[in-house]
Design a protein around this ligand. Structure first.
Ligand code: SF4
Ligand code: SF4
Length: 470
């Protein structure tokens, strides 16, 4: 048996599945400590931002909108249409590379501090549970007790509040899709006039309630694809929540009269506090595990214990496996610097992709299968098709100017006007004097104008008779 074999049985089971195959409900002890307070502040700020964003308007439109139904997207006040799909795909690729690199260096920091699942569970739903059902021991007892008045009102009130929060949150989620005005209409008009929206609200609410009342840590362990990828994203240099086994082992119960150094004992006093606070029910002393969401609760718990037994804090801390094994401090080394530069580069790339996005996209092509025509005794003409995608928030009257050479544009049909988010097309003739043409293929340059403002510049060609080349 090697030195850790006696603690190895955790590899054979999943922390939330019992011997009989049934779910083991996790009753985590309420964490307290420095990091927990920082996380509380962060979560509060994130929740305020999440619930405030639907009310923020830029030029009369929401700051963020993901209307998949009408294929209309607004990101930080900038409207995106299906025609911008290439931007979306490139940004997504850059974002995925960003997430992968970030995780390779900083582990699952996102899960513990920013992920909505953690923020809602640990700082909204769980505090309500502690408030109504008491601490982790009282919750366990309540669940084991037979149904009586006490259990009935506590469970009833808790689930009522859980569903109420889910119902309110569902309104805000819907506001991110259809806009806050639509949600206000839904509330004031009642369900009968907005059946689709009402059904969406109920589905959102039920799913949200089910996730936080029942599924909980199973989302992180089983469902979340980011969590499942940890096994391939993390390496020995990744910064994760780690137990310093070099310092902590061999572990042994605390006895204030014992000289632990003399008895070759490590600093872990086997109090179980780190496991008691863990929302996924694992023991971080077994090493980095898929279930660990890097919530830092075990760091706070262990630091408190270390204070009590007069040992330095940090037996559990942010560290890489290598720094623990080599007993070195975590340093900002070349590798982290290199990855950080790449991360910054990716962010700049995403910002650049968005900044080069134009308000309109236009193309001018000579009409397929047509050649030049002798318009009159002085001019040759070519027929063209112009296509304009309007990505602005208003209707655009489009005007076409010929930059060079000299010539005349004759629009076929009505003046071109393109509505917001649509594609407009028109045909036109370009007339050039016979005496101005020097070859059968002449470069021409158009300016696409709207309300006197130049929106785009397009190059094309004008064909004339081959005799001009002789
Ligand atoms: S092991 Fe620690 S950091 Fe990981 S989920 Fe449990 S309490 Fe949070
Ligand atoms: S809280 Fe610290 S001392 Fe207590 S069991 Fe966990 S690692 Fe050991």
């Amino acid at each position: 048996m090697d030195e850790f074999e006696e603690f190895d049985d955790f590899r054979d089971r999943q922390s939330t599945i019992g011997e009989d195959g049934n779910r083991v409900w996790v009753y985590p002890k309420k964490p307290k400590g420095k990091l927990y307070n920082y996380r509380k502040l962060t979560s509060f700020a994130l929740l305020v931002i999440l619930f405030a964003i639907p009310f923020i308007k830029v030029h009369g439109d929401p700051l963020l909108l993901f209307n998949v139904l009408e294929r209309k997207f607004i990101i930080f006040g900038v409207m995106f249409y299906p025609q911008d799909f290439h931007l979306f795909v490139l940004s997504m690729i850059a974002f995925i590379v960003f997430v992968v690199l970030f995780t390779v260096i900083f582990g699952r920091i996102f899960c513990g501090w920013i992920c909505p699942q953690t923020v809602f569970m640990e700082f909204l739903y769980r505090p309500i549970e502690y408030w109504i059902e008491g601490n982790h021991n009282q919750q366990r007892k309540l669940d084991q007790s037979v149904l009586g008045f006490n259990k009935f009102w506590r469970k009833g009130l808790k689930h009522f509040l859980f569903f109420l929060i889910s119902f309110i949150t569902a309104h805000f989620f819907l506001a991110y899709i259809t806009g806050i005005e639509h949600v206000k209409e839904l509330i004031t008009d009642g369900p009968s006039t907005h059946i689709g929206g009402f059904v969406a609200l109920i589905v959102f609410s039920v799913v949200h309630y089910f996730v936080f009342a029942k599924l909980r840590e199973q989302v992180c362990i089983i469902i979340c694809p980011y969590g499942r990828l940890q096994g391939v994203l993390l390496d020995r240099n990744s910064i994760v929540i780690s137990y310093d086994y070099k310092r902590g082992e061999p572990r042994g119960k605390y006895n204030p009269l014992e000289n632990r150094e003399a008895n070759a004992k490590g600093d872990c006093v086997e109090c179980g506090s780190c496991q008691a606070v863990c929302p996924t029910g694992i023991d971080i002393r077994n090493g980095t595990q898929l279930e660990c969401i890097n919530c830092t609760a075990c760091i706070d718990a262990c630091d408190l214990v270390m204070q009590r037994v007069h040992k330095p804090e940090g037996l559990i801390r942010y560290a890489s496996e290598r720094s623990i094994a080599d007993k070195t401090k975590l340093k900002f080394n070349i590798r982290i610097l290199f990855y950080s530069v790449v991360l910054a580069g990716l962010l700049i790339l995403i910002a650049f992709l968005f900044s080069i996005r134009t308000e309109i996209e236009s193309t001018i092509l000579r009409q397929k299968g047509t050649m030049f025509q002798e318009y009159d005794s002085l001019h040759y003409s070519n027929i063209y098709m112009i296509q304009v995608i309007n990505k602005t928030r208003g209707t655009l009257p489009v005007e076409l100017l010929l930059d060079e050479p000299a010539g005349e544009i004759k629009l076929i049909g009505d003046p071109l006007t393109v509505k917001e988010g649509t594609v407009g097309e028109a045909q036109f003739l370009l007339l050039i004097k016979k005496t101005d043409l020097k070859s059968s293929n002449t470069k021409v340059e158009f300016k696409v104008m709207s309300n006197g403002k130049e929106m785009d510049e397009i190059k094309s060609t004008f064909v004339g008779p081959n005799s001009l080349d002789k």
